[in-house]
Structures are given as structure tokens and as C-alpha cells.
Design a binder for this molecule. Structure first.
Ligand code: UDX
Ligand code: UDX
Length: 458
């Protein structure tokens, strides 16, 4: 079949995979190929077991794989043939040298730019999908323009706002599509080519076009604002625990203000995921590099508050269990950084598990999708077991700590679980997920976040 255009995506991860699957689904006349340096991952994308779990993804991939959606390891051929190249390789926090622990590590980006330059034989549009520091496109352009073969590369920014666990829905019904480009004729033409793709299913008024730098910075700012809401509500949860105010009531009351809105006001054991911390620290680093100390300090507190919330949660477990968890069994309900994903990157569960092990607790972990990743995250640590069945994880345990808001945890037979556990039995609900009154009536001592405890002690 003759395709109208050939699209290549470099990076078959949580962003590249689902995004390209949806583009391919909606644009049957485009040929979409996804490449990755990780051959194993490409094998998995071509198999029955996809490398990531995302509701709705498997159905789409199975429907169009081999028709107009292809996964391959041949990066060179992919670059040669493509008209448009999306780049969604990872941009982790730098772990070495200047800016270690804060700045973005752009080495994969730069390598990708050199790869494109080396293999390209015709003009191409390069689309930044990864979240990047503002003005990265400039560096990309400098590399790409250093060719003597008269090939024109137009770099545009098109950040992805999907959240894991709801990625397919977020892609099918986005709040907005953001495209940033140079104001030149070529820049506008490249934007039009991207609009041609999204217009297949996104209303035109939801497609926002800006200059390149606004687009790059908007992505960092959107994540920083979302994370800031969680840190703000979490800071108030600590105050609630001192005053008998109730964080759930406050979230509802505050979120009912239409200027604020109700989303992202759930108090939790802390936010996780591959983006929030990384992107805020990157924003902080950028602000510092422009000597904007107050701006940097302001945003850094969002991360500090998140660390405080995780610490507070562990400290509360230890304190309420009579100041020691040594040799006590604690069942961790959930390990993913949020529900409906197997992803554990920056999950607060990693911190909580490690701290409890340091306190010499015996840990059993249950999670419907994240046990394999949990095993990797906690490799080498002693006294940890993994159970797919939550009842078995809780068997003989002194306490349950809820760390991920999986819906299934709401519907377990807690009567049976209570009977399986040692007494007194504790539940620490790090997501305010469960029905606390019911659990209390069954005999549990219940410790929610930012709400009065329900315990049977005098
Ligand atoms: C990543 C970043 O974390 C995020 O900031 C950005 O917005 C998009 O890319 P994600 O898709 O979740 O998000 O990352 P990951 O699942 O790690 O996927 C990146 C993929 O790129 C990996 O499969 C990796 O093997 C691949 N890659 C990396 C390349 O193909 N080439 C490289 O040079 C480096
Ligand atoms: C985020 C952004 O939402 C998305 O737009 C961007 O493209 C990538 O980063 P993601 O990291 O997949 O997406 O998940 P998100 O739903 O934002 O949740 C992040 C963390 O915040 C999770 O650990 C979640 O449990 C936590 N959270 C979320 C809360 O603690 N309380 C809330 O009210 C909402």
C-alpha cells in the first residue's frame, strides 16, 4: 500500500509507544514506525506481551500492528525513509558532573540528533516529544544544521501530556495539543503538517500553536503546577492531623471553587512517576542558571514537601506501632506510582519499603501489575516477599500500608484479612482509599492521611 507520509518515532517507551499507536489508529494513510535501541523492547512490542501495561493499548496495537504500525530495531533505515521524526527518548535527571541531581541529562537526545544527521538523505521535520529544558530545540538545530549536504531540518516542539494509566484516553481525547515552532515560513509549514495529523480526531480549537520556547517551557510548567497542587494539599494533611480538621472535607470544599477545580487535590503518601520530580528539578536548575534564586527556591519546595510527606508516613507507622517495627510483618498494598500502571519509577513505595527495611520490618508486597518492577527496584534487600494475592500478603501481618490507589483494594474481603492478621491489626492508608469506618468496625486500628485516627486503644 502507498502511504501518504512516513512517520518515525525514536524511543518505544511509555510516551512513544502509546502515542504512536493512537496516531496510527487514527491516521490509516500514514505509515508509522517505532524504533528503539533496546532490541528486547522491540521484540516485546512485536509479541503477545507488550513491554508496558496501559488500559486499552493492547487492543489498539493488535488491531493495527503490521498494517500501518511497525516496531523495528533498524534505526538507520527508519531515519532514511521518514518524512517526520518524533523523538521520545528518555531525558533523565543528570547523575554526574555539573547540575547532577537537577539538570536534564541530554546525552540521549544529542546522540539521537547525531544519528538523524548521519543517516538522513532528505529534508525532515523533527518533533520534540520528550520533555526538555527550554531552548533545547536550539541545540538540536545547531547539530542538525552542521551538515554540508543541503538537507533541511525543521525542529518543532509537540510535548505529550498523557498520564500513565489513562494514556489511551488522554491521547484519544486530549485537553489540548500543543505545537511550538519558529515563526518562519518553514516553521509554520512544519506546524501545518502536525496539525494535519491531529486534525484526524482532535477539534481544531484544541490545537494550540505557540513559539518553540513557550511550548518547551509549558510542558515543564504544566507538570510543576500539577505536582504543586499535590504538595500543597499534602502540606495541609499534616496540619489536619494536628487539628482534627479533615483533609478529604477540605479537598472537597476547596476544590468546589470553580477557579480551583477538584482534580489533583487527593492527599497521598506523595507523588511519584518519571516526570514530576525530574521536571521540577529541571525547572529549578534552569531558574538557577539564570540567577533567579527565589524562583528556583519556590519550585524546589514542591519536591521538598513531597519528600517530607513520604517521611512522615513511615514515621507515623513506626510511632503508632509502639515505636518499633523490628521483626513485624508489614504488607504493602500497591507498589506502582499510581493505579492502572505497572510503572514504579519514583514511586513513593520504593522509599517507604526501603525505610521500613532499615527499621528491620519484614515486608510483603502485593500489586496487580508492578511486582516485577518492584523486584528490580528492591533487588538485594533482605526480608521482602512478593505476593500477587493481597490476602496472602496480609497473612500473619501486623499492619497493612496502602501505597497505590488500585480499585481492587477497595473490594477485598477485609473480614477474612483481619482474621488472617496478627492483633492488634493496623491499617495505614496512604491514599485515603478504603472505607475507614467499616475497617474500624471489623477491629482494625485505622490511620488515614489528614483525618482523625480510628483506633481501639484507650
Ligand atoms: C521519556 C521521558 O522520561 C520523558 O521526559 C519524555 O517526555 C519522553 O520520554 P518515557 O517514554 O516514559 O518518557 O521513557 P521510557 O519509557 O524510558 O522510553 C524511552 C525509550 O527511548 C526507551 O525505550 C529507550 O530504550 C529509548 N532510547 C533511549 C532510544 O531509543 N535511544 C536512545 O538513545 C535512548
Ligand atoms: C504526569 C502528568 O499528569 C502528565 O500530564 C505528564 O505528561 C506526565 O506526568 P503521570 O506521571 O503519568 O503524568 O501521572 P499523574 O496522574 O500526573 O500522577 C503523578 C503522581 O501524583 C502519582 O503518583 C499520583 O498517584 C499522584 N497524585 C495524583 C496524588 O498524589 N494526588 C492527586 O490528587 C493526583
Amino acid at each position: 500500500m502507498d502511504f501518504k507520509k512516513k512517520i518515525l518515532c525514536i524511543g518505544a517507551g511509555y510516551v512513544g509507544g502509546p502515542t504512536m499507536a493512537v496516531i496510527a489508529l487514527k491516521c490509516p494513510e500514514y505509515r508509522i514506525e517505532i524504533v528503539d535501541i533496546n532490541h528486547e523492547k522491540i521484540k516485546q512490542w512485536n509479541s503477545e506481551n507488550l513491554p508496558i501495561y496501559e488500559p486499552g493499548l493492547e487492543e489498539i496495537v493488535k488491531k493495527i500492528r503490521g498494517k500501518n504500525l511497525f516496531f523495528s530495531s533498524d534505526i538507520e533505515k527508519g531515519i532514511k525513509e521518514a518524512d517526520i521524526i518524533f523523538v521520545s527518548v528518555n531525558t533523565p535527571t543528570k547523575t554526574f558532573g555539573k547540575g547532577a541531581g537537577m539538570a536534564s541529562d541530554l546525552q540521549y537526545w544529542e546522540k539521537t540528533a547525531h544519528q538523524i544527521l548521519k543517516h538522513a538523505q532528505s529534508d525532515k521535520i523533527i518533533v520534540e516529544k520528550s520533555t526538555l529544558p527550554v531552548r533545547t530545540a536550539e541545540a538540536m538545530e545547531r547539530i542538525l544544521k552542521s551538515n554540508s549536504r543541503n538537507i533541511r531540518f525543521e525542529v518543532v516542539s509537540n510535548p505529550e501530556f498523557l498520564a500513565e494509566g489513562t494514556a489511551i484516553n488522554d491521547l484519544l481525547e486530549p485537553d489540548r495539543i500543543l505545537i511550538g515552532s519558529h515563526p518562519s515560513k518553514e516553521g509554520r509549514a512544519a506546524t501545518d503538517q502536525l496539525i494535519d495529523i491531529y486534525i484526524h480526531w482532535v477539534p481544531r480549537e484544541k490545537i494550540i500553536t505557540t513559539n518553540l520556547w513557550s511550548s518547551e517551557l509549558s510542558k515543564l510548567v504544566a507538570n510543576a503546577f500539577l505536582a504543586q497542587r499535590i504538595s500543597s494539599i499534602n502540606s495541609i494533611s499534616a496540619l489536619c492531623e494536628k487539628t482534627d480538621a479533615n483533609i478529604t472535607e477540605i479537598s472537597y470544599a476547596v476544590g468546589s471553587d470553580s477557579r480551583l477545580g477538584s482534580k489533583f487535590l487527593n492527599s497521598s503518601v506523595g507523588f511519584g512517576g518519571s516526570c514530576f520530580k525530574k521536571d521540577i528539578l529541571n525547572l529549578v536548575y534552569i531558574a538557577r542558571s539564570y540567577d533567579l534564586r527565589e524562583v528556583a527556591d519556590y519550585w524546589e519546595m514542591v519536591v521538598t514537601m513531597n519528600e517530607y510527606q513520604q517521611d512522615r508516613f513511615v514515621y507515623k507507622i513506626v510511632k503508632e506501632m509502639f515505636h518499633t517495627v523490628a521483626d513485624k510483618k508489614i504488607a504493602l498494598f500497591g507498589f506502582a506510582f499510581k493505579a492502572n500502571t505497572g510503572d514504579t519509577r519514583e514511586s513513593p513505595a520504593i522509599y517507604v519499603a526501603k525505610k521500613l527495611v532499615e527499621e528491620q520490618a519484614i515486608i510483603s508486597i502485593t500489586d496487580p501489575k508492578a511486582l516485577e518492577n518492584a523486584k528490580i527496584d528492591l533487588k538485594g534487600l533482605k526480608n521482602i516477599s512478593y505476593e500477587i494475592d493481597p490476602c496472602l500478603a496480609a497473612k500473619g501481618a501486623d499492619a497493612i500500608a496502602v501505597l497505590t490507589e488500585w480499585d481492587t483494594f477497595k473490594h477485598l474481603d477485609y473480614n477474612k484479612i483481619y482474621r488472617y492478621m496478627k492483633k492488634p491489626a493496623f491499617i495505614f492508608d496512604g491514599r485515603n482509599l478504603l472505607n475507614h469506618k467499616e475497617l474500624y468496625d471489623l477491629g482494625f486500628n485505622v490511620y488515614p492521611l489528614g483525618q482523625p485516627d480510628l483506633n481501639h486503644f484507650e
